[in-house]
Ligand binder design. Sequence first.
Ligand SMILES: [Zn+2]
Length: 187
Amino acid sequence: MSRPEINRRKFLLGAVSLGALAAAAPITNKAKAFEMFGFGKDKEPKAPHGKAESFPFELTDEEWRERLTPEQYKVLRSEGTERSCSSPLIDVEGPGKFYCAGCGHLLFSTGSKFYSDSGWPSFYEPHDEYSVGTSTDYKIGYARTEVHCANCGGHLGHIFPDGPPPTGLRYCINGVALEYVQDEKTE
Ligand SMILES: [Zn+2]
C-alpha cells in the first residue's frame, strides 16, 4: 500500500521514535533482539522507544467509543487483552493483510503469520517499518514490550522473544484489534 509522501514525512518527523523504527526492522540476531526489546539483564530497553505523545490519526475518547465496539475499545484504547483462543483470526492463513481496527493502518500480513499455540494471532514481524511502534509496560510486575499501531497509537499486544526465524520474535496480537482483508486473487 503506498501512502502520500507527506504522510511519511510527517510520520518520520513527528510520530515515531528511533526505537520504534528499529523495532520494526527484521532482526536476525536473537541476542540483539533480546537486548533491543528489553529482555536483557537490567530489563530496560537499550534502544530509545516508547509511546509517542501524538499520532497522525487522533480522535477524542468520545469519538473512539462511538467508532469501536466495546471489546475493540477495551483492547485498543484501554490496553486490555481479549480472551485467549477467542479470535477467529488465529486460524487465518491467507494470503491477506491485517489492518488496524481503529484507523485502518496496515499492520501485518499473512506472510509473517505463524501458529503459536498461545491463543492469540501471532506474527514474527510487522508488515513494514511504518506499521507499529513499541513501548515498555510494567503492568503485570515485569517489563514487557508493548506494541501499538504507529498511526493511531491503539494497543495491539506484546512482543515476546520466543518466535520463529528469521526474527526470533513473536508479535502476540489481539485479534479484535485487527481487520483482516484477504488478498485479491491474481489470475
Ligand atoms: Zn490504528
